[in-house]
Design a protein. Structure first.
Lengths: 178, 196
């Protein structure tokens, strides 16, 4: 009878161990879970092709490796770290922000801001240098858009609405020749 | 005829202020520096035939050794012919030359004058080991960790390639594509080794 007392205890131990093992095994990760990480990596063979859409055998093997690592409970960061250690940082879709890679993150926004600033300066300069009026009293005026002022017909004063530098220079040349 | 009286105001042509000029030139200089650095970083000099091969180190997969060492450097192989063979388990052409490489290696191995380090490119460890077991490859093989080897040789990715280095560390031949037979390999190596 004493031996029979131990049997339930042994059964309980087996039961606990089997439950523990069942919980330790992760379910097989889905393609979506694998591709969520694969999309952040690049094919080792065909450059510039994300791993999740790459059809080569090499990429298939890599995706299976990601699936295995996910099943083992590895995190996304662990998996990416593994790939960097084995295949180099070039497999990452987003280069790590270290060393010269910082330029990738700094230069484009900096260039954009500089461009906006230069445009602002240019617009401001154009606004300031625009002539308020170009006054002329040549007969040529009559052929252009003029605005008569205060009923003066003999000596017409007009304000050009357009800053036409070319016409103004032409007038100057005519004046010199006459 | 009062045709000449004219009061015209033109915008004076002004040069850019000094600080703006400096800003533009500084931006251009910065751009050139960035371009230069990126070229220097990524543009390994192309390793052509008759150029000296830079020092490299290859750590072998578990179970493979060279003179009981788990890694080998090019400087360790001075005085030997070195046949660096890139391969991968997913590379179908590599499979077709596996037997030829093994035959060539077995014929040279007793003399110890030629070494055949295999470099496993872009493989997973398990697939690499399966490939080596399947084809019974006996000569030392190691993974191309962080693709340093590929970058060193500036090789075409995805294409099966083999590099022959002479006893002085000079690259003597580049084979693109698989070897067709062991004889083809012998014809490359034998002149280097003086007929052995």
């Amino acid at each position: 009878m004493k031996r029979l007392v131990w049997i339930p205890g042994i059964l309980m131990i087996f039961l606990v161990l089997s439950i523990g093992r069942a919980y330790a095994q992760q379910p097989t990760p889905s393609d979506d879970q694998v591709n969520a990480i694969a999309s952040q990596l690049f094919c080792p063979v065909c450059e510039n092709t994300p791993l999740d859409v790459c059809p080569t055998e090499a990429c298939h093997q890599w995706r299976e490796l990601i699936r295995q690592m996910l099943a083992q409970g590895k995190s996304e960061a662990d998996i990416k770290q593994y790939f960097v250690e084995h295949y180099g940082a070039r497999v990452l879709a987003e280069p790590p922000a270290t060393g010269l890679n910082w330029l990738v993150y700094i230069v484009p926004p900096a260039a954009f801001l500089v461009g906006v600033f230069l445009l602002y300066l240019a617009f401001r300069t154009w606004k300031q240098t625009r002539p308020a009026s170009v006054i002329a009293t040549t007969p040529l005026q009559d052929k252009r858009k003029t605005i008569p002022e205060s009923g003066s017909s003999s000596k017409t004063t007009a304000t050009y609405k357009e800053n036409d530098e070319y016409i103004a220079r032409l007038e100057e040349e005519l004046r010199k020749q006459s | 005829m009062d045709q000449t009286r004219q009061t015209t105001s033109f915008p004076a042509r002004q040069s850019l202020p000094l600080w703006k000029q400096l800003l533009v030139w500084g931006a251009l200089l910065l751009l050139l520096i960035i371009l230069g650095l990126s070229v220097a970083r990524s543009g390994n000099t192309i390793l052509g035939v008759w150029s000296r091969v830079p020092e490299f180190s290859l750590t072998f997969l578990a179970g493979y050794h060279f003179v009981s060492a788990e890694a080998v450097k090019l400087s360790d192989l001075c005085g030997k012919g070195v046949l660096v063979n890139f391969r991968a388990s997913w590379c179908t052409p590599c499979q077709s030359e596996a037997a030829a490489l093994e035959t060539a290696w077995r014929s040279h191995q007793p003399f110890g004058q030629a070494v055949f380090p295999g470099v496993d490119y872009g493989d997973t460890n398990s697939e690499a080991r399966s490939y080596l077991a399947e084809f019974g490859i006996p000569y030392p093989n190691g993974p191309d960790l962080q693709t340093r080897f590929s970058q060193l040789f500036n090789r075409n990715l995805g294409i099966q390639e083999t590099y022959l280095i002479d006893q002085q560390g000079i690259l003597r031949s580049i084979q693109t594509g698989p070897f067709q037979s062991a004889d083809q390999i012998q014809e490359l190596i034998d002149p280097l080794l003086g007929g052995n």
